[in-house]
Design a protein around this ligand. Structure first.
Ligand SMILES: Cc1cc2nc3c(=O)[nH]c(=O)nc-3n(C[C@H](O)[C@H](O)[C@H](O)COP(=O)(O)OP(=O)(O)OC[C@H]3O[C@@H](n4cnc5c(N)ncnc54)[C@H](O)[C@@H]3O)c2cc1C
Length: 349
């Protein structure tokens, strides 16, 4: 039996998360280098049909853990259901997405089993001598670290979301699929997710957004981001930004763009006070039109933008908002059926 690299996959709204597929593809790459196989473990309820997708992205084996109590995430539930399979698989490495779910349960297992865990990983490999090695981001993105463990250490590796992207799956790839139905006692679980709400696409789903207004440190603070939100509202755009803006708490962390954040491909990417660091630009190359506003004419983003404006965003943004609002008002006045005159009591009532 070849050695195994295990991936612990997650689902969201009935689908595999892209982060899980990234882990499978990363595991495939490592496994190919050493003749190991990739074994995906997928906990959930009625998730067996997703096994083919794990296979298409590189899993040789898939173990699906089916239980009604796992329909929504529960750290205690996963701690009860997954470890027996890990013990059976005896992986040389375990990969999981660096997600809120993983962080809620895997560190507890790492401590219990005294197996090292590495968070924030951007790459993993086994050296020629067989030592597990990871490259990871630490200190809030300020440092890159390379960590190596003794040969045979079955490190648990948490891979940063978006770090490699998801490649095209190969439908002809098949896996051995096994379904296990463990006897769990949900009444003993101390945590339970009641329901999960999908994000508002206009606000959060940057990967699918058609228009993005993006703020960098040049916005100056949370008030600056609030002004950009108004601009985004007028443009019916989503609000995004750079990682440092998210690190300062001016923007939700799931809305920063770049290599370690969201990869976006909107029709319009409007960047305000964003310098254009490589890690940020790598996340926006799929944009159709890039407009950048920056006080510094040497800012890298101005060079790659389709339209670059050298100027102070604090002066330009209020003008843009005003113009867009007066344009919207003018449209309302001229469009038949929606003119203020047409809004008669008769029509409303
Ligand atoms: C491992 C690692 C991973 C990273 N991953 C990411 C990532 O995924 N995404 C990401 O974004 N960053 C990432 N970073 C950070 C990245 O290197 C940059 O530090 C960051 O993108 C810079 O953000 P910024 O453009 O907001 O800030 P700055 O680089 O400080 O730029 C601010 C810009 O605002 C302009 N400005 C100032 N005042 C005004 C004004 N009034 N009007 C108009 N313009 C003004 C300035 O001229 C400047 O160009 C990562 C860093 C590391 C180390």
């Amino acid at each position: 039996m070849p050695a195994s690299i295990v991936v612990i996959a997650e689902t969201g709204f009935g689908e595999l998360t892209p982060e899980s597929l990234e882990c499978v593809e990363e595991a495939r790459e490592v496994a190919d280098g050493i003749g190991a196989d990739v074994h995906a473990i997928l906990p959930g309820d009625e998730v067996e049909a997703l096994a083919d997708e794990l296979a298409a992205h590189g899993a040789d084996r898939v173990t699906v853990i089916e239980h009604q109590a796992l329909a929504q995430f529960t750290a205690d539930g996963w701690l009860a259901a997954v470890p027996p399979l890990l013990q059976e698989a005896r992986p040389i490495l375990t990969l999981a997405p660096d997600s809120g779910y993983t962080c809620a349960w895997l560190p507890r297992l790492s401590v219990r089993w005294r197996i090292p865990m590495a968070t924030g990983c951007i790459r993993v490999k086994l050296t020629d001598e067989g030592y597990p090695e990871v490259f990871r981001v630490s200190h809030n993105g300020r440092l890159h670290e390379r960590q190596i463990w003794a040969r045979g250490t079955a490190v648990m590796v948490l891979l940063c979301p978006g770090v490699r992207g998801v490649g095209p799956g190969r439908a002809d790839r098949k896996a051995d699929v096994r379904v296990v139905r463990p006897a769990l006692t949900p009444s003993s679980f101390r945590d339970r997710t009641l329901r999960t709400h999908p994000p508002d696409p206009q606000d959060v789903d940057l990967g699918d957004a058609e228009r993005i207004v993006s703020g960098g440190l040049g916005v100056g603070g949370p008030e600056g981001m609030a002004e950009l939100q108004q601009l985004a509202d007028e443009l019916k755009a989503s609000l995004g930004g750079t990682r440092v803006v998210a690190d300062r708490g001016w923007l939700a962390h799931d809305r920063y763009i770049g290599t370690t954040g969201k990869i976006v491909a909107p029709k319009l990417y409007l960047a305000l006070g964003v310098s254009g660091a490589g890690q940020h630009v790598a996340g926006i190359t799929g944009s159709e039109t890039v407009i950048a506003i920056n006080t510094d004419r040497t800012a890298p983003l101005l060079k790659m933008a389709d339209l670059g404006v050298v100027g102070d965003l604090h002066q330009i943004v209020p003008i843009l908002i005003r113009k867009l609002r007066s344009h919207a008002d003018a449209e309302l006045e001229t469009s038949p059926g929606s003119t203020p005159a047409a809004l008669t009591g008769e029509q409303i009532g």
